[in-house]
Write a protein that binds this ligand. Structure first.
Ligand SMILES: *Cc1c(COP(=O)(O)O)cnc(C)c1O
Length: 365
């Protein structure tokens, strides 16, 4: 008797490895491994969430009408072209599923977000990996990967796990260089961490171009990771295609209510952005001061910093040393970065603590 056989392209997927919350010996320590908001959640969002948990027997609004209206009002968009997902992760899967299948190619950059390869393989498409430049996205190298089989390009801006950033001019150049039948998915999970004048104009492209989809999330700056809410904006035909394969009722009622309130709490977002900017700058200066021990920070525009270990102290040793000291960060050998740690900017106490621990580890190595 033969057992059911998963499709070979499913078997080829290396499962996503989430950031850890506990140490090897089960201690719960500072979690700096998943780019969550160290300031928590907007109090207004929490109150809206609590208020929405009264009628658990009812399905949520399947069209997420109030959420789409709130997003459209906040960013000056057409609510009919706003799509929502169980995290923006779902939207990445929907984009791949609607536009690519067996034999097609989907491009992402080396050191890109781990979900891109999973979303690509899930639909039987072939991942094509564009070489990086200094850990960041190299537009020319990426465009050189385009073939007549290319259907989708995934680019995160700022990028995870590197924190690198493409300017508005570079994003425009990328879009201009792509064939018009290739869908450019601009993943802006960290866009809210940018200063307003750093906007890469992705949403403006998604408003006017027929082949640009922007994705955003409530998981990062809005501090709603537990509720799994993302949203996207693109041309009507793209949104229509994605809706066809979206799971019904994919965003919870309490999540929708919390997200609407979170959007309205500009003060919380601004406080988070300011906290992040201050402590990321401080963190990068402190890593620079450890340069003689071989530590090098990749300049970041996000809420984390990729630190490379090029001296005596290895990333692996630092990862375990930090865990012993009470900090869980992300070591990414599975993503081709065995010599680096991605460290989320935490509270002041956590950020100072990580640097103190790294200084000690570097001194002892
Ligand atoms: C965190 C992250 C996401 C998505 O998170 P969701 O919680 O699924 O919305 C998407 N892209 C990148 C680059 C991320 O870092």
């Amino acid at each position: 008797m033969t057992a059911p056989q998963p499709k070979p392209w499913i078997q080829a997927i290396a499962p996503y490895v989430p950031g850890r919350a506990t140490t090897d010996d089960g201690r719960k320590v500072a979690k700096l491994s998943s780019n969550e908001n160290p300031l928590g959640t907007s109090p207004a969002a929490r109150a809206a969430f609590d208020g929405a948990t009264r009628s658990l027997e009812r399905y949520p609004d399947a069209s997420a009408a109030a959420l789409r209206e709130a997003i459209a009002a906040r960013y000056d968009l057409d609510p009919a072209r706003v799509i929502y997902g169980t995290g923006s992760d779902e939207l990445l899967h929907l984009a791949a599923g609607a536009y690519a299948g067996p034999g097609d190619e989907i491009i992402h950059v080396r050191y890109g977000f781990a979900v891109y390869e999973i979303a690509t393989r899930r639909v039987g498409a072939v991942p094509v990996i564009a070489p990086d430049r200094d850990h960041g996205t190299d537009i020319d190298a990426l465009l050189a990967c385009v073939s007549d089989k290319t259907r989708v390009v995934f680019v995160a801006n700022p990028n995870n796990p590197t924190g690198t950033f493409l300017s508005r001019a570079e994003v425009a150049r990328l879009h201009a260089g792509l064939p018009s039948d290739v869908l450019l998915v601009l993943d802006q999970a960290y866009a809210e961490y940018l200063d307003p004048d750093e906007d890469d104009a992705g949403l403006a492209l998604a408003m006017t171009e027929a082949n640009v989809l922007v994705t955003r999330t409530f998981s990062k700056i809005h501090g709603l990771a537990a509720e799994r809410i993302g949203w996207g904006y693109g041309p009507a035909p793209v949104i229509d295609a994605m809706h066809r394969i979206r799971a019904p009722f994919n965003v919870t009622a309490a999540g929708q209510a919390a997200a609407i309130a979170a959007l309205g709490d500009e003060g919380f977002v601004e406080a988070t952005r300011a906290h992040n900017r201050h402590w990321r700058d401080w963190f990068e200066r402190e890593i620079a001061a450890l340069g003689n021990a071989g530590l090098v920070a990749v300049p970041s525009k996000a809420n984390f910093v990729l630190v490379r270990f090029t001296g005596q102290l290895t990333a692996e040793a630092a990862y375990h040393g930090l865990m012993d000291a009470g900090y869980i960060v992300r070591w990414l050998p599975g993503q081709g970065l065995p010599d680096a740690l991605r460290i989320t900017i935490g509270t002041e106490k956590e950020t100072r603590g990580v640097i103190a621990a790294l200084r000690e580890l570097a001194g002892a190595a």
